[in-house]
Design a protein around this ligand. Structure first.
Ligand code: NAP
Length: 283
């Protein structure tokens, strides 16, 4: 059996697990699947997958990929499977990943932890990226299989790193979505529709993305000098946003939390510094 045709088992056929199994089948791998509700395997079996009746039956693969709701749900499944090589794509905290890595080491299981930065529909497409951490030789040995699912990026030997990146990146996404929903509610008070507003919002979001390297460089150096836009002006802008939101009769939850943070940073003496200085209040 060559690198392009491995025996891969997938534990968990939720939205994501099913997409992973489908991509692996599409790439010509020999795929075994297990799910608590076996009926979900139907479409995959039609495409040539084999159904394992128990997690243990799925363990005799070159590599086992697990993708269940949570670590707590996953643990008894992994203990029952006890595979040789495990790639864990269930979302969790860095501590849960490290603890699972420790359990795997004690059970003699080669272990890599991963987080999926894509939706199920994106699996196997060029835009999908999956971040990994843990045992690098194990990652390298499985790279050919993992490339089928999305661009694999190895972050380092600490098994918790992938989960840490995941939560950091998702935090950015949720903040952006919260900001966008607040903006939609605000312009909506004057009858502006999402269809009218969204093209401008998308372009603005892309422009804001362009600010990140500069902010990151300032955080990296600790030099918050600015001749572009000082924190006090931005804190004043947030106060205007909160005031206007209130006046227009919508909630202030999203901007009020940021206003509180920016105000604290100004009070701590960062008013004339760049926005990057707010990190001093977060740390
Ligand atoms: P999902 O569609 O809700 O599927 C959940 C899976 O967990 C199913 O296989 C389900 O089995 C299984 N499960 C739930 N409770 C169980 C239990 N008590 N015992 C055994 N199995 C149980 O979730 P998903 O979207 O596939 O997400 C799976 C993982 O991928 C999560 O950690 C999620 O954070 C991560 N992820 C998802 C996305 C996404 O966009 N969907 C993106 C990135 C990462 P049944 O079919 O029997 O219910």
């Amino acid at each position: 059996m060559g690198e392009s045709n491995k025996h891969v088992s997938v534990l968990g056929l939720g939205r994501m697990g099913a997409a992973l199994a489908e991509a692996l089948l599409g790439a010509g791998h020999d795929v075994t699947v297990w799910n608590r509700s076996p009926l979900k395997a139907g479409p995959l079996l039609d495409r040539g997958a084999r159904l394992a009746a128990t997690p243990d039956e799925a363990a005799a693969a070159d590599v086992v990929i697990s993708c269940l709701s949570t670590y707590d749900i996953q643990r008894p499944v992994l203990e029952a499977a006890s595979p040789k090589v495990l790639v864990n794509l269930t979302s969790g905290t860095p501590e849960q990943a490290r603890e699972t890595a420790k359990w795997a080491a004690s059970a003699g299981i080669d272990y890599v932890d991963g987080v999926i930065m894509a939706v199920p529909q994106g699996i196997g497409t060029p835009g999908a990226r999956i971040l990994y951490s843990g045992q690098e030789p194990v990652f390298e040995a499985q790279r050919g299989v993992l490339e089928v699912l999305g661009e694999p990026v190895f972050l380092g030997g600490d098994a918790g790193l992938a989960a840490l990146y995941d939560l950091a990146l998702l935090g950015m996404m949720w903040s952006a979505m919260g900001g966008y929903l607040h903006a939609l509610a605000l312009v909506g008070t004057e009858g502006v529709t999402p269809e009218q507003f969204t093209p401008m919002a998308s372009a603005w979001h892309a422009a804001v993305g362009g600010f990140l390297p500069g902010i990151g460089a300032q955080v990296g150096s600790g030099d918050y000098a600015t001749d572009v836009s000082a924190l006090d002006i931005n804190a004043a802008g947030l106060a205007l946003l909160v005031e206007t939101s209130r006046a227009q009769g919508i909630g202030t939850d999203v901007p009020a939390a940021l206003k509180e943070l920016f105000d604290r940073a100004v009070a701590a003496g960062h008013g004339s510094h760049a926005i990057a200085s707010v990190i001093e209040e977060i740390r």
